[in-house]
Design a binder for this molecule. Structure first.
Ligand code: KIV
Length: 286
């Protein structure tokens, strides 16, 4: 490890909250992207189960497995020196028993994550958060729109739209905090509700579609660089900073053209024999 690099920890998250400094988080699923994101001083990298849509071509996160998450977490962790790597526990990997949850979370930590994220805050899940944190596994909660519950929610709906819903979400968030979660992702929550929740928690909130008062922000890397090829239209909360899809398509179109027309490879892309070796070769086949 380079001595100049001070890795971000869960204590850094807490300090950021206390100092009112925003936390930056992006998803990543592979070595090189994680390395680039880390080199830009991003505070945290989430190996999200959004990998199901961005990399594996699924419609949602439901089909992502623990084995998938281990592979992608390992690749990301290898590319990161500074950012706090968090890995999503996928669908049903933390709902069966405390024992299974601990084994699955442990696999993600052994793959290189420094924390795991799970969705919801039922009594069962709160108990698991408590058990994980007492086992030395850092936990991030996830409230508001929780993608693993897409079939029970019934669609991509904003959560916490009323006073009662907001108070209930705050109650759940506080219970996550009391049970050891060190941060909570709030997804698709009105700005004012997310502000109220953030102001009433000691741990930092990370918003995605939750306005500008959260303690930090997270977005899916494919969305900000314009690489997403899935069928879901770009959500309102996404800001696209680049158009990688066009960059890839232009490069590939040019490559195809040059191969078809024998314009590639060029001299600098080839290995050549010396003239003497070449002459010997042709003389030998005469
Ligand atoms: O999987 C993911 O990318 C996430 C973010 C949307 C927070 O959970």
């Amino acid at each position: 490890m380079n001595d100049d690099i001070k890795p971000i920890t869960i204590r850094s998250f807490q300090k950021y909250k206390e100092n009112k400094e925003k936390i930056t988080m992006l998803t990543a699923y592979d070595y090189s992207t994680a390395k680039f994101i880390d080199e830009c001083q991003t505070d945290s990298i989430l190996v999200g189960d959004s990998v199901g849509m961005t990399v594996l071509g699924y419609e949602n996160t439901i089909n992502v497995t623990v084995e998938d998450m281990i592979t992608f977490t390992r690749a990301v962790a290898k590319g990161v020196k500074r950012a706090l790597v968090i890995a999503d526990l996928p669908f049903l990997s933390y709902h069966i028993s405390k024992e299974q949850t601990t084994i699955n979370a442990g696999k993600l930590i052994q793959a290189g994550a420094k924390a795991v994220k799970l969705e919801g805050a039922s009594d069962f899940i709160l108990d698991e958060v408590n058990h994980l944190t007492h086992s030395g596994i850092n936990v991030v909660g996830h409230l508001g729109f929780t993608p693993q519950y897409i079939n029970t929610i019934g669609g991509y709906y904003i959560q916490g739209k009323t006073y009662e819903n907001t108070l209930n979400m705050l109650k759940l968030a506080k219970r996550l905090e009391d049970n050891g979660a060190f941060s909570i992702v709030l997804e698709m929550v009105p700005t004012e509700s997310a502000k109220y929740i953030s102001e009433n928690l000691s741990i930092p909130t990370i918003g995605i579609g939750a306005g500008n008062y959260c303690d930090g922000q997270v977005l899916v890397i494919d969305d900000i660089i314009g690489k997403f090829a899935g069928s879901i239209p770009k959500p309102k909360f996404v800001k696209q900073y680049a158009n990688i899809k066009d960059v890839i398509k232009n490069a590939v179109t040019q490559y195809n053209y040059e191969v078809k027309n024998n314009l590639f490879p060029e001299k600098e892309n080839m290995f050549n024999l010396t003239e003497e070796e070449r002459d010997k070769l042709y003389a030998s086949t005469k």
